[in-house]
Write a protein that binds this ligand. Structure first.
Ligand code: F6P
Length: 542
């Protein structure tokens, strides 16, 4: 792996900035009239996903300049280095193995991958078919995943997204240190028929270990003698899991070369594989594999992750946008924005280059969003008339496998309406005429018109697929992973480490020593100390 020169140093970047100046007041609607076939030309359908990127403030000349910032061979090289298992994680000097878990060929070359998957498949079969039972000999009815970050968000998203593929096992996801999370989850569950999956790569994460301890106590109180039946650990740190009394046979390896936010394809996917069964989980892996081969083989101008990454570069680094919204038109995809928040912000919220120098360019945006229908009645006002430019990804399953297809089609209409309204906007004059037509007096119409004006020209992608199923979901998540990776390569940062989360964890240990062990508070700053004193008064009455 070679380290890349900073993009801002390239003359191609300066040329791109000129394009931005040329296009900054360009109407997107006008671009459609100048390029009659734009809707088709700026749509790519590959690997179960269609990307419509026609609603952007960029024309053919701008795209030419944008694609020039990468060497044509670069996208293939970046993809190959990742997918062939090269050490792309340069700070931890290791490969990023997540995509090997969905690649049939690499399973042959990486025995660890096939070993983990075999064990996982057996466990899933045994548990779903009721052969593996709880501590009183009853089959399981519920699975509780105890984990946080990537050991929570991905599994929860996939289980929710594939709710139409569920079997009889009900899966629950507990992540919060707040005891209310586990307490409310356990309210309706029976210890005898509840399986706990402790998912923690490090097996050191405080939040997860406290929840696991409380779950263990709950089982013991109900009569379990050990954790042989009702506990499984997913971890790299099998020693710590065994010290916790989870038998070695119940431990599934989560390799250190897989960062949490990329781990859904591995043993960390166990809980959702239990909930949807092995067949659907395998289809989910195949969907991702289709995206992997597309990423590796397609030319940059037809390559979905590359196009999305370059458009991110266009807005972030040329227009200096700060935010990016993810708006799925699907209740089942409601957790997608928060999963992508971790994927993008933990991967690319960085500024150090391989050389040790600091990047002066902007990297990851703030990723935010919610399901589009609820968002419409909450923050879309800001998208339409707010003063911050926010590129949007609308995520759109075109149909549904459930029986309520008329209702689903209405959601499709809302998604298309929002993308169009954001693009075309409404001028003050149009607003004035609209108000007059509604019967408002002339003066009132004139006064009110500016408040109805919408600037328009708000850019968006529409990422659609036939229906939300295991295959399309796998392709969609892999698309975002590769887009994130490609952006990191453009910027020259490492998307697979997360050193930025360490300091907070260390300081929380220091603070706990002051709060609970009476250690000297002088080591802390006055603002922190003041609130500790207040906490003492409130909680301990000191
Ligand atoms: O603190 C951040 C983090 O390390 C994430 O990267 C990870 O997904 C999460 O915590 C959980 O970590 P673990 O699986 O080791 O408990």
């Amino acid at each position: 792996m070679t380290s890349e020169p900073a993009l801002t140093d390239k003359p191609e970047f300066q040329a791109l900035l000129k394009e931005k100046d040329r296009l900054k007041n360009q109407s997107i609607v006008k671009l459609f009239s100048e390029q009659p076939n734009r809707a088709n030309e700026l749509t790519v359908a590959q690997a179960n996903i269609e990307l419509d990127y026609s609603r952007h403030a960029i024309d053919s000349q701008g795209f030419d300049a944008l694609f020039k910032i990468i060497d044509p061979s670069e996208s293939h090289r970046f993809a190959t280095e990742l997918l062939d298992g090269l050490k792309v994680n340069f700070t931890e000097k290791q490969s990023a193995l997540h995509s090997l878990f969905r690649n049939k060929n690499s399973k042959k070359t990486h025995s660890i991958v096939s070993e983990i998957q075999k064990k996982m498949a057996h466990l899933v079969e045994d548990i779903v078919n009721g052969h593996k039972k709880g501590f009183t000999g009853k089959a399981f009815t519920d699975v509780v995943n105890l984990g946080i970050g990537g050991s929570y968000l991905g599994p929860k998203l996939v289980f929710e997204s594939l709710s139409n593929y569920r079997n009889h096992l009900d899966c629950h996801f507990v992540s919060n240190l707040d005891p209310e999370d586990l307490k409310t989850t356990l309210l309706t569950l029976q210890p005898e028929t509840t399986l706990f999956v402790v998912c923690s790569k490090s097996f050191k994460t405080e939040e997860t270990l406290i929840n696991a301890r409380n779950a263990r106590n709950w089982l013991m109180k109900a009569g379990a003698k050990d954790l042989e039946n009702n506990f499984i650990a997913i971890t790299e740190n099998t020693k710590a899991a065994q010290d916790f009394n989870i038998p070695a046979g119940n431990c599934l390896l989560l390799p250190k070369e897989v960062a949490g936010r990329y781990s859904i394809w591995t043993s960390a996917g166990l809980t959702c594989a239990l909930g949807i069964g092995w067949k659907s989980f395998s289809e989910f892996l195949s969907g991702a594999e289709a995206m992997d081969s597309h990423f590796k083989s397609a030319a940059p101008s037809r390559n979905l992750p590359v196009i999305m990454s370059l458009l991110e570069f266009w807005y972030r680094n040329c227009w200096n946008t700060q935010v990016h919204a993810i708006l799925p038109y699907s209740h089942n995809l409601r957790s997608l924005p928060i999963h992508l928040q971790q994927l993008v912000m933990e991967s690319n919220g960085k500024n150090a280059l391989a050389s040790g120098e600091f990047l002066e360019q902007l990297t990851a945006s703030v990723i935010w969003g919610t399901d589009g229908i609820n968002g419409q009645h909450s923050f879309y006002q800001f998208l339409h008339q707010g003063t911050l430019l926010c590129p949007i990804d609308f995520i759109l399953p075109l149909s549904t496998i459930s029986r309520d297809s008329d209702q689903h089609s209405k959601m499709v209409s809302h998604c298309l309406a929002q993308a169009r309204a954001l693009m075309i906007g409404r001028s003050t004059h149009e607003s004035y005429n609209y108000l007059l037509k509604k019967g408002l007096p002339e003066k009132d119409s004139r006064d009110l018109a500016p408040h109805l004006r919408m600037p328009g020209n708000r850019p968006s992608n529409i990422i659609s697929f036939e229906s939300l199923n295991p295959t399309s979901l796998g392709s969609l998540l892999a698309l975002y992973e590769h887009k994130t990776y490609f952006s990191a390569r453009l910027w020259g940062i490492n998307p697979f480490d997360q050193w930025g989360v360490e300091l907070g964890k260390t300081i929380s240990e220091n603070i706990q020593a002051v709060m609970f062990k009476g250690e000297d508070a002088n080591q802390l700053d006055p603002a922190t100390y003041r609130l500790i004193s207040k906490w003492k008064k409130t909680t301990l009455g000191d």
